[in-house]
Write a protein that binds this ligand. Structure first.
Ligand code: NIG
Ligand code: FE
Length: 408
């Protein structure tokens, strides 16, 4: 039998394959890639020959740790303008909801986004995506939601999809035309819901970038009935359902996500016990966003312990956005996930890899280190992977591999 010949082989490395709840650790390991995919994973002692005979290039990692490239499964990194003024107003005593009702908040970003050119939107988003890459992120979900009319929502999806030309990451665009009721529709909300269902969803499908539909279900955004109508239309058209659920108040969002067959319910600070069980039953994943809870000074935490006991898969994401989570530092989110929300370091790291892949419906393609999956790898200069959740300094990323090729 001829010996296998791989493109690249990494040796003298410890792996977190993320294939079990204890990180799927393989110490003193090796991993190989060919044609952009993982070709072999295991203990170095099991390699079928001397490394130099097995691959065109051998990378000796001097005992570093290697994880799957991180997956940020909830972001809003395409936007115009800046919301530091909202931050100042909150610290002078106004609430997020009061600022939103007074025309600030999401609507102020909508005005700035509509006024920005595609080039300006791309430059800002590419800079933020590059910051995520510095933390090992190789897959980014990017939501629209600051256009809130047909042309600008489609334009946001176009800019989002185009980011893959600027960073070593795959982009998964999500249509969030139902982020808030735009100015001009506040007294005819049903007309906006109809615009989303009858025009914006079909246009997004025709364009072909969006793989998911999302709605902000909240008393400052869409009611549960409006959310249901939009989610059902998107899911019926073949998009994955996502829901900004129970963030500021209990809207029954978790149960709604379960009833319509959404893949995830995100935020969940006010998720009820009934909501947890509905999600568990329907296999809806929880996406926890501690950056927003922290930035807005939320008075509640998601019911992490109840979710854990019910067996709900928990992903973790930056929610990077201009208003409620101006954060592209994954280390900070891992830290907040542990300290503010009570995740274990193992849950937090799974939340940015295996669990996040499930949220995007891409678990057969990424999120774990297994033969056949995409060779998106992050190499970390740490002694213990829990350091990623613990230390709050610069990124300890040593190098990044995208589709089997060095990306840094
Ligand atoms: O996920 N909750 C709604 N949407 C964003 C906030 C967007 C904004 O404030 O601009 C979030 O937190
Ligand atoms: Fe969000």
């Amino acid at each position: 039998m001829p010996e296998p010949r791989w493109d690249r082989l990494w040796t003298d490395v410890h792996l977190a394959t993320m294939t079990d709840p204890s990180l799927g650790i393989v110490r003193n390991a090796a991993i190989a890639a060919s044609d952009g995919r993982i070709a072999w994973v295991g203990p170095a002692a099991d390699l079928p020959g001397p490394p130099d005979h097995l691959a065109a290039e051998v990378i000796h990692c001097a005992g570093a740790w290697l994880t799957p490239g991180f997956i940020d499964c909830h972001t809003h990194i395409v936007f115009g303008g800046d919301r530091t003024a909202d931050f100042r107003r909150r610290l002078h005593g106004e609430s997020y909801a009061e600022i939103a009702r007074a025309g600030g908040g999401i609507m102020s970003t909508v005005r700035a986004t509509r006024a920005a050119s595609n080039e300006e939107l791309t430059a800002g988003a590419a800079a933020r995506a590059t910051e995520l890459s510095a933390w090992g992120v190789t897959t980014i979900e990017v939501k629209s939601g600051y256009g809130l009319d047909l042309d600008n929502e489609i334009r946001m999806l176009e800019v989002a999809a185009g980011l893959a030309r600027h960073v070593p990451a795959d982009i998964s665009p999500t249509l969030l035309a139902a982020h808030t009721i735009p100015a001009g529709y506040t007294r005819r909300r049903a007309d906006y819901v109809r615009l989303v269902v009858d025009e914006i969803i079909p246009a997004a499908l025709k364009q072909g970038h969006a793989t998911a539909i999302d709605v902000f279900c909240e008393d400052i955004a869409f009611t549960p009935d409006e959310s249901r109508a939009i989610l059902e239309a998107g899911i019926e058209a073949g998009l994955h359902g996502r829901l900004h659920a129970d963030q500021l108040t209990d809207q029954g969002g978790g149960a709604l996500a379960a009833a319509v067959g959404a893949r995830s319910a995100d935020h969940l600070e006010y998720l009820s016990e009934g909501g947890v069980h509905a999600m568990a039953e329907a296999e809806v994943y929880a996406v926890l966003l501690p950056g927003a809870a922290y930035t807005l000074g939320a008075d509640r935490r998601p019911p992490v312990d109840t979710l854990r006991r019910a067996g709900v898969t928990m992903a973790l994401a930056t929610d990077a956005n201009p208003g409620s989570s101006p954060i592209t530092n994954v280390g900070m989110i891992l830290n907040l996930g542990c300290i503010l929300f009570g995740l274990t370091p193992e849950e937090a790291l799974a939340g940015f890899t295996a669990a996040a892949a499930r949220v995007l419906g891409q678990e057969r393609d990424r999120g774990t280190l297994e033969p056949g999956l995409r060779a998106d790898l992050a190499l970390w200069r740490v002694d213990d992977l829990a350091e990623l959740c613990y230390r709050m300094g610069a990124s300890p990323l040593e190098s990044l591999v995208k589709d089997g090729l060095p990306a840094t």
